[in-house]
Design a protein around this ligand. Sequence first.
Ligand SMILES: Cc1cc2nc3c(=O)[nH]c(=O)nc-3n(C[C@H](O)[C@H](O)[C@H](O)COP(=O)(O)OP(=O)(O)OC[C@H]3O[C@@H](n4cnc5c(N)ncnc54)[C@H](O)[C@@H]3O)c2cc1C
Length: 312
Amino acid sequence: MAEVRVFGAGVAGLMVARGLRAAGVDTVVVDPRGTFGGASGRSLGLVLPCHAEHPHRTLAALGGQARELSSFYQSVRLPGFRPMPVRWVAAPFEEPGLHASLEGAISLGLPCEPADGGYRMGGGGLVDLALLRSVLAEIPVLPRDETPVEVEVYTTGPDVVLEPWLADKLMPVRLQGARFSGVPAAEPLVSAGTMLRIAGDAATGGRAATPHFEVGETEERLEPRVSAMLARNVRSLAPGLTAVEAEWAGIVAEPCDGLPLVGPVPGRPRSLVLAGLSVNGLAAVAACAEALVIGLTRGEQRLPACLRTARM
Ligand SMILES: Cc1cc2nc3c(=O)[nH]c(=O)nc-3n(C[C@H](O)[C@H](O)[C@H](O)COP(=O)(O)OP(=O)(O)OC[C@H]3O[C@@H](n4cnc5c(N)ncnc54)[C@H](O)[C@@H]3O)c2cc1C
């Protein structure tokens, strides 16, 4: 009998399982879609050293906790991580130059310098996804498992709703993305406004459907107006991009404050959640997964207060 069952075989679930198994905890991972069937299979591996929103907005929302959050996200590195500067650029509808964003990043203690159409931020880099995948592939994943366990950990997104507590904490958010060809192998680039990410010779852009597009928040179908807007925004930032290679739409679960939600589920003994990571990205995944493992195995609290389930 396993001691812990982890639902979800994305980077989050597999990192939790890897940490628990290394600590000698018998752990089983369950995912009907297999390894990397969700957002993790679409990531470009670009790692931000802070929350994915512009730093000045994170500072406005969190005050002093924003710096703690940024340090926390840099405290753990995924296997295959390679440090390198990441260029932040402005989407057409954002202020040109990103001065406030740059000042915010400097206030977070991140090394930054102005660059074309934005700035370069240190502290982040790229994860070699093939390497990460090969490291995590050693963890077996079952399509289902219902044997009794002592603890369950949910890293699944919106599919598993733990009533009643999580139902009004995690909102389904519809993301639409596209992958473009014609990307010159370039420095990693991010635009918070369009969720554009360029890494190596690949690019993705995402967009949460909003009510004015009249697209249901829980529909996975592609919306042509969102596709057109996405292509327009991405090409304005990276003119070399040509054909769209692939498009997708998917539903992720995000807490209403846009921060990861980690820890015990109130009112549901022996259940923990690790959610809200789709927008926050891989740095958040690594740090939150390790903090959850340390909490479970040593009883130590490493999570910043702004990420704990207790905040809700
Ligand atoms: C297009 C795209 C590009 C991205 N690029 C980057 C990037 O460059 N850098 C970055 O840092 N982040 C990026 N991200 C975000 C990054 O992918 C996520 O932060 C990360 O993958 C989240 O991992 P996860 O394990 O929480 O989620 P997921 O990988 O989505 O894993 C959740 C898993 O739960 C499973 N599941 C669902 N229901 C059940 C159930 N009932 N039982 C069991 N399992 C279930 C799903 O099958 C899925 O495998 C990107 C995301 C997308 C979509």
